[in-house]
Design a protein around this ligand. Structure first.
Ligand code: SF4
Length: 629
């Protein structure tokens, strides 16, 4: 009997309305485990090279893992994988909340969606069965309305709904998948892929819980987590949410400000987690079975930006992108922009960064009111920022161009607009600055789906958490500002670790090698207790390495390699003000780091692509064959 999984993968062909259930067996689950690795497997198997990401040939995989739904913090995560309309390579994004656990209880480990329905539809998946239902009446509606309507018509308010939102229908390239009206598979445009399939939503409900091999051991670990939260480094996150790091980011000179002109913002205090707690905050929220409760719920009926509890509160990334990076210190306006993104279904990082880039273009005269339809896009103008969010979601006026994302929009504008973008592989940088975190800059460059802050550990943690780092074999702590060979090894090994966490679908706040609640070896214990497998930490790192190679191989199949691993020009301009005054990213240093990185990964240093030798070594000979290596 399988522990922790159903051994059931649901395949859906929307073109002809057909379902198939695959039972891949234990060896498959042990090798790929779930999430991103499992998603990449089905994408590589089902979609040929060179496809248009918004065509029916794209495959959208919604993947859980062998841990999802178990009674311990941090396991309720779902990874969406497809070819990305933003990066034009691999797309990959995680969400938390209650949808992942409920999808597991609905009886499947993953849903593999191909084709395109002729009319809008939604999927209804419950207790091992699946139906395709009409969704014409839901098309164009906001996420909160759709969620209520589906619960009403299926007569069950415990149903969880994942949906693309109007932005996904409109194929905004950074459209997100939204669940609970608050949680997002935000990055790489997975909402646009769902919308392009005429698939409005996936509704799930069930009571099919896979058995757990050693429930007693797992509950001991869960109790340990609850008992040690208050004394752990995670406690601040639990109390103030991710918004609590605005102050430390600003103090270190790492808070993106006015499209990365500076790492310090005068108005930071008005945006900080403490200010949120004293003003618009109403209560904490959580993901299924998580003791940390880091999510924020906000509300206000005052002023021009009413906030509804239904749409949740902003995270640090959102605050930085719509706040300091747009030169805005109005927390209610920032929270309102967050609400709009959750209503329409958009990634707050790419949306905020794209608006900040447009403001920078406007301030430099690259864009004028003739381009923007009469809107003066000045830094600090909260009304203009909020207006642009809605125009992007609806693809109205100038918003239609910004809905392409800043890199593609810049290439259409010309006139030097590309020099002001901050993207890698078309994806906008998140709110952690490589000028003060150099190994993160390397990972921004080489990561297969573009710049991402959750694909490796950040620089200062190597020296700050030596005991936990040693569990991953990292025993030579380096200064935060260094980018030497050992720091590159730190970046790669922690990238394998995070890659594993995105495959076993674990919240990166809860399990990790530094400030997190549980250590890597405790994840091994949880895995053993849930699955009954004699899994080791080395095996988990290998899963992470396998997943990273699969994502990289997907890009290699489309000819994307080292030449795409490039940081934006704007990072070589000196930052202004604060602790990071004068800091830049050194291009030569990054190129040297890339050489070391590719060699350590076992890839071709000239092309940055996986080699047959490496793919054979990690059990991916079938990919080497497909790539004709
Ligand atoms: S730490 Fe926060 S984001 Fe992670 S599972 Fe818990 S509540 Fe969700």
């Amino acid at each position: 009997m399988p522990y922790g999984y159903h051994n059931r993968i649901l395949h859906v062909d929307l073109t002809n309305g057909a379902f198939e259930i695959e039972q891949p067996g234990e060896a498959f689950y042990r090798k790929y485990m779930g999430g991103s690795a499992l998603g990449a497997y089905y994408l590589l198997r089902n979609s040929p090279a060179g496809i248009d990401p918004l065509s029916p040939q794209n495959t959208l995989v919604l993947a859980l893992s062998v841990l999802t739904g178990a009674p311990i913090s941090g396991q309720s995560r779902m990874t969406a994988v497809a070819k990305s309309p933003l990066t034009l390579g691999i797309g990959d994004s995680q969400c938390g909340g209650f949808f992942p656990a409920e999808m597991k209880f609905a009886g499947f480990d993953a849903i593999v969606i191909r084709g395109r329905a002729q009319r809008p539809v939604y999927l209804w998946i419950h207790n091992g069965t699946a139906e395709i239902l009409p969704a014409d009446h839901l098309w164009g509606k906001l996420t909160g309305e759709v969620e209520s309507q589906i619960k009403d018509e299926l007569d069950d308010d415990k149903i969880e709904v994942l949906q693309c939102g109007p932005a996904g229908e409109n194929r905004v390239r950074f459209a997100a998948l939204i669940s609970m009206s608050t949680r997002a598979n935000g990055r790489t445009g997975m909402g646009a892929v769902m919308g392009s399939k005429n698939l409005k939503a996936v509704a799930v409900r069930g009571s099919q819980r896979p058995p757990i091999a050693d429930r007693k051991k797992l509950l001991e670990l869960a109790r340990w987590g609850a008992g040690n939260l208050e004394s752990s480094s995670l406690y601040g996150l639990s109390q103030l949410g991710t918004a609590g790091i605005v102050s430390s980011q600003n103090a270190s000179g790492g808070l993106p400000t006015r499209n990365w002109e500076s790492g310090t913002f005068d108005g930071w205090e008005k945006l900080d987690g403490k200010t949120m707690a004293e003003t618009i905050f109403t209560r904490r929220d959580t993901c299924y079975a998580c003791t940390v409760r880091c999510k924020r719920v906000v509300e206000t009926n005052q002023g021009p930006h009413p906030l509804r509890v239904q749409y949740g509160g902003p995270e640090y990334e959102t605050i930085a992108m719509f706040g300091s990076n747009c030169g805005i210190d109005d927390l209610e306006a920032v929270a309102y922009a967050n609400q709009l993104c959750n209503m329409y279904g958009m990634d707050t990082i790419s949306c905020g960064m794209t608006i900040a880039w447009a403001m920078d273009c406007f301030e430099h005269g690259v864009l004028t009111e003739n381009d923007t339809g009469g809107i003066a896009l000045h830094f600090g103008d909260a009304e203009a920022m909020v207006r642009m969010v809605e125009m992007i979601a609806r693809r109205e006026g100038f918003g239609d161009l910004l809905a392409e994302g800043s890199a593609i929009a810049a290439s259409k504008i010309g006139r030097g607009a590309a020099d002001l973008t901050l993207t890698v592989k078309n994806q906008e940088l998140p709110a952690h600055m490589p000028q003060v975190k150099p190994s993160l800059g390397l990972i921004y460059a080489v990561n297969p789906f573009g710049a991402d802050h959750e694909s490796s550990e950040h620089d200062s943690t190597y020296a700050r958490f030596p005991e936990r780092m040693a569990e991953l074999g990292l025993t030579d702590p380096q200064p935060s500002e260094a980018l030497n060979e050992e720091k590159v090894r730190f970046a790669l090994i922690t990238q394998y670790w995070n890659s594993c966490m995105d495959s076993v679908n674990i919240c990166q706040f809860v399990f990790g090698p530094s400030w997190h609640l549980y250590s890597p070896s405790q994840l091994v214990e949880a895995m053993q207790a849930i699955t009954g497998w004699d899994v080791t930490l080395k095996e988990l790192l290998r899963v992470g390495e396998r997943r990273l190679n699969m994502l990289r191989a997907f890009n290699a199949r489309d000819g994307i390699g080292r030449e795409a691993d490039v940081l934006p020009k704007k990072l070589s301009r000196a930052l202004k003000g604060g602790k990071s005054e004068g800091l830049t990213v050194n291009k030569e240093q990054i190129e040297q780091a890339k050489d070391w990185y590719y060699a350590m990964a076992g890839w071709d240093v000239n092309t940055g692509m996986p080699t047959r030798e490496k793919l054979d070594q990690i059990g991916l000979t079938w990919i080497a064959d497909e790539l004709h290596l």
